[in-house]
Design a protein around this ligand. Structure first.
Ligand SMILES: Nc1nc2c(c(=O)[nH]1)N[C@H]1C(S)=C(S)[C@@H](COP(=O)(O)OP(=O)(O)OC[C@H]3O[C@@H](n4cnc5c(=O)[nH]c(N)nc54)[C@H](O)[C@@H]3O)O[C@H]1N2
Ligand SMILES: Nc1nc2c(c(=O)[nH]1)N[C@H]1C(S)=C(S)[C@@H](COP(=O)(O)OP(=O)(O)OC[C@H]3O[C@@H](n4cnc5c(=O)[nH]c(N)nc54)[C@H](O)[C@@H]3O)O[C@H]1N2
Ligand code: SF4
Ligand SMILES: [Mo]
Length: 858
């Protein structure tokens, strides 16, 4: 077997190292890299199952122009020609780039240089606008530079960890495992501040189920309490901090939560100076996200809990290279390498890039950029490594904008995405497994992603595509790179401009790196473990405590409920990759609407039924899950489902375009909505080896099986089966007693190609059983038409451990039989013994079984 190649995970900002052993043409065995500082060998479920997503299914392999296959040369000429025409006719700002934290640093650097340096427009923004922009703005206000002041090692040394708006156990699972290890080792206390009782919150010492956007009130009140209790560090403040005028007089004191709960929280904060506040989208994605970041930072500055071992405000990044994008300057409001648009910074950048067409100032932030597209001010839009037709708020508007735009260019790895449908020009990119370059994780650690496979089809590195377009536009000399090492070297050299201005960003140690050393590059952290310990980067050299006020409460009589949107443990964003993994698809095969029991009964909404959520912008339909983990009046749905994967389950029809006024980040976590039950005339499920796109149904979703797809369907009228079923011989049984229709489709060889079960009011047979028969023989067809398994199936319940296929009921049974710990459940069922992502879920099931047992006894 070949040696393992050391690379970095494709997904989240934890930035885990992977040891990948190529075992076939497109096959790879994945293991955690024990030498990588981010994970020391650990991986979560998504990283562990990367091997299921490196096949060529659905890949975009060739360029297309106006719906027809094209050579690269023709595609590049079309891109360059249409950009040139727009610039000549309407000026550089008629061209825009919308890019992504899923690009490599080299790609990101290249496209930023092309846009700001040569096209001469500030109109390049990134999906990090939807993700980290508020934290970036809070850092800039408080520290004078966008720098995360701590490191993962601080989590190992903290005595108290506050998680604010972070479902760490699901979204940063390896950081979560590190927190769990610290708790086991040193008894670190954990507080989770989140309106929902997530699996992360279940494991905390204290859960604060605050109202949406209650964070500023809470952190201001904590700060006031620390001042009253004498824990403000006056020496630190005098030496290192400037306060906004009247700061203490303006500080709000009402925590907005129950006083006894607040007292417990304040006691914990008082008792533990080694405190980390880790924050994520519950803080950032808000109409007051920047102020939330500063409220958190204020508490740390005032108590001197920063730049010390085990202490600091820690904004954790989402995407694998969100940080790298911030470094190179891919946000519309930075120029490059942590520099702004001041005349002297512009002059230095123009000299470094040797360009005469450097953009004059900042460009449009994501939401405004799509408004400008909608208004026809932007004529050419190049989208790279992001799926805005799904992930931007108010997607009906976004789609209208894309449809109107003269030229939409999409660089993708997947051929059919919701956004690619609007593309005039499609450019095939290297995917994970082919990409070759660097990414920077949450703690500023730069690691290599290395190619595992030869590039399939005509796919190209994104940085190379950018360079090729630049060459066609006459700027070849500035983009004359032979490989990613050349791009990285130029970027590292450019950080010298930042370093010379006293910024923490400094990679100049790598400004002469050659190809060989680049290939061997070991993970390294820029700025050191605590980069602001050497001083803040403001003009005064002091940090700033910004006076921030809690937002007004929102009330809307027509839309009386609040909608929160979140992520699932085993899906990644718009599912273009994780949605291809049968293992990962087991955890949450459908998008669930989580609703408090009181709200469900008030609206006659049934568990397992369907419900429609409606806002002023649109409506979506979900499977209902009645959840005690929700606060009354608040709903939660996942962000992941697209038009490719569902009929009506696309969440971003609902949020409107309101953004934080400072960062421009949308408030995805709190939309005004109403909810109603949906009662279809019939329900069905379909197991099939093909992937049809159903039409005109009340509801449909699909999820990946080993041998095909599982569809859940519901409708109001009659169903047209022809577009849904593959070619083959159809066998049909109608079971009037059960009110059910069953149809099996078999091939000439007798194997099962598809089976569909429809009912008006009855129960449907087990999906797992039917799915298991796909592509099996004649006998399978007969058994399936009988409608029930010849041998009873184990009743597993919802799958919890995807690595070993263990369900909720398996775990509850093991607990009933005496397994009393997560480890004991592991020995009895194997659950939780591989990647460990499901351990918080196992702990939760154990707790509920045990508390039930106690109730029965007493
Ligand atoms: N499995 C998985 N992991 C991922 C991703 C993925 O798609 N799937 N995506 C990655 C990316 S890009 C990102 S940005 C991160 C996001 O990681 P997280 O931020 O952890 O993820 P979310 O589920 O979006 O939101 C976190 C929590 O914020 C809570 N929240 C909502 N409103 C408020 C509020 O007003 N205050 C507070 N305190 N909390 C609130 C929500 O209830 C939710 O539980 O995850 C990364 N990791
Ligand atoms: N309601 C709601 N909406 C949200 C959020 C939320 O919490 N709630 N979260 C927001 C956040 S934090 C984020 S980060 C965004 C994420 O939203 P998106 O960025 O839209 O989500 P992805 O599915 O990751 O899209 C990445 C796309 O790039 C493609 N791709 C992957 N690798 C490459 C590559 O190397 N090159 C190229 N050219 N293409 C590639 C993938 O196939 C995929 O189509 O969603 C945001 N939207
Ligand atoms: S925590 Fe999971 S998704 Fe994130 S980098 Fe590590 S293995 Fe990948
Ligand atoms: Mo994100």
């Amino acid at each position: 077997m070949a040696d393992a190649i050391r690379t970095t995970c494709a997904y989240c900002g934890v930035g885990c190292g992977i040891a990948a052993t190529v075992t076939g043409e497109r096959d790879v065995q994945i293991a955690g890299d024990v030498h990588h500082p981010a994970n020391r060998g650990r991986l979560c479920s998504k990283g562990t199952h990367l091997g299921e997503t490196v096949g060529l299914e659905g890949r975009l392999l060739h360029p297309q122009v106006d719906g027809r296959p094209a050579s690269w040369d023709a595609a590049l000429a079309a891109v360059a020609g249409r950009m040139r025409a727009a610039i000549d006719r309407h000026g550089p700002d008629s061209v825009a780039f919308y890019v992504s934290g899923q690009l490599l640093t080299e790609d990101y650097y290249a496209v930023n240089k092309l846009a700001k340096g040569f096209v001469g427009t500030g109109n390049i923004d990134t999906n990090s606008r939807l993700c980290m922009a508020s934290a970036v703005a809070a850092h800039n206000r408080a520290f004078g530079e966008d720098v995360v002041p701590c490191s993962y090692e601080d989590l190992d040394a903290a005595d108290l960890i506050l998680l604010v708006g972070s479902n760490t156990a699901w979204c940063h699972p390896v950081v979560w495992q590190r927190i769990e290890a610290t708790r086991a080792r040193r008894g670190t206390r954990l507080v989770v501040i989140d309106p929902r009782r997530t699996e992360t919150a279940e494991q905390a010492d204290l859960h604060i189920p605050l109202a949406p956007d209650g964070d500023i009130a809470l952190f201001n009140a904590l700060l006031a309490a620390m001042k009253a209790r004498g824990h403000v560090d006056d020496t630190y403040l005098a030496d290192h901090v400037d306060l906004d005028p009247g700061f203490w007089d303006k500080l709000s004191r009402d925590s907005g939560i129950e006083p006894s709960l607040f007292a417990r929280l304040a006691d914990l904060v008082e008792a533990h100076p080694r405190m980390i506040t880790l924050f994520s989208q519950g803080a950032n994605q808000s109409r007051c996200g920047t102020d939330k970041g500063n409220a958190i930072i204020n508490l740390h500055l005032a108590t001197g809990r920063i730049n010390r071992v085990g202490a600091g405000p820690f904004s954790i990044t989402g995407q694998p290279n969100a940080m790298g994008g911030r470094e190179v300057g891919g946000l519309a409001n930075t120029l490059a390498v942590h520099l702004g648009f001041e005349p002297d910074a512009r002059a230095e950048v123009a000299a470094f890039w040797n360009t005469e067409t450097l953009c004059p100032g900042p460009g449009l932030k994501a939401v405004d950029m799509f408004r400008a597209v909608h208004e026809g001010r932007i004529k050419v839009l190049w989208i790279m490594a992001t799926n805005p037709a799904v992930s931007l708020p108010d997607s009906a508007f976004v789609r209208e904008a894309l449809a109107r735009c003269e030229t939409v260019i999409v660089s993708e790895v997947i051929a059919r995405t919701d956004t690619a449908r609007f593309a005039d020009i499609l450019l095939p990119a290297h995917g994970w497994g082919e990409k070759d370059g660097t990414v920077t994780n949450s703690e500023r650690c730069v690691s290599r992603q290395r190619a595992l496979f030869p590039a399939p089809g005509e796919t190209r590195a994104d940085w190379r595509t950018v360079a090729d377009v630049a060459a066609k536009m006459g700027w070849g000399a500035a983009f004359d790179w032979a490989g990613p090492a050349d791009v990285f070297r130029e970027y590292a050299a450019m950080t010298g401009l930042a370093a010379r201005r006293g910024k923490a960003l400094d990679l100049t140690a790598y400004d002469t790196i050659d190809g060989q050393d680049y290939d061997r590059l070991e993970p390294f952290q820029w700025g050191g473990a605590r980069p602001l310990a050497s001083g803040y980067r403001t003009a005064s050299g002091k940090a700033r405590m910004v006076s921030v006020q809690p937002p007004r409460s929102l009330a809307d009589a027509d839309f009386p409920m609040r909608l929160n949107t979140a992520r699932y443990r085993d899906q990644w964003h718009t599912m273009t990759r994780t949605g291809l993994s049968p293992t990962l698809s087991q955890h949450r095969p459908e998008p669930l609407l989580e609703i408090h029991p009181a709200d469900a009964s008030a609206h006659a909404i049934l568990d397992g039924g369907l419900a429609r959520v409606e806002s002023a912008s649109g409506a979506s339909v979900y499977r209902v899950s009645i959840a005690h983990t929700q606060r009354p009046g608040e709903l939660c749905v996942p962000m992941h489902w697209t038009d490719m994967m569902s009929g009506e389950g696309r969440t971003n029809r609902l949020p409107n375009q309101s953004v934080d006024p400072i960062s421009g980040q949308p408030g995805f976590k709190d939309s005004a909505v109403r909810v109603e039950a949906v009662t279809p005339k019939w329900r069905a499920f379909l197991v099939t080896c093909e992937a049809p796109q159903p039409m005109d149904l009340v509801y449909w979703t699909r999820s990946r099986l080993r041998a095909g797809w599982l569809y859940e369907l519901a409708g109001a009228g009659t169903i047209d089966l022809d577009p849904l079923l593959p070619e083959g011989e159809r066998l049909e049984v109608a079971d009037t007693a059960k009110g059910m229709r069953r149809i099996a489709v078999r091939s000439a060889e007798g194997t099962l190609l598809a089976a569909i079960y429809l009912t008006r009011s009855g129960t449907l047979p087990p999906r797992e059983w039917v799915a298991g028969k796909l592509l099996e023989s004649e006998l399978a067809t007969r058994e399936l038409l009988a409608g029930r398994p010849s041998e009873p199936l184990p009743d597993r319940g919802a799958i919890v451990c995807v690595c070993h296929g263990v369900g909720e009921r398996d775990i509850a049974r093991a607990a009933d039989q005496g397994a009393a710990t997560v480890a004991a459940i592991g020995s009895a069922t194997c659950a939780g013994t591989n990647c460990g992502s499901c351990r918080p879920a196992i702990a939760r099931i154990l707790e509920s079984v045990q508390s039930l047992a106690k109730e029965t006894v007493s």
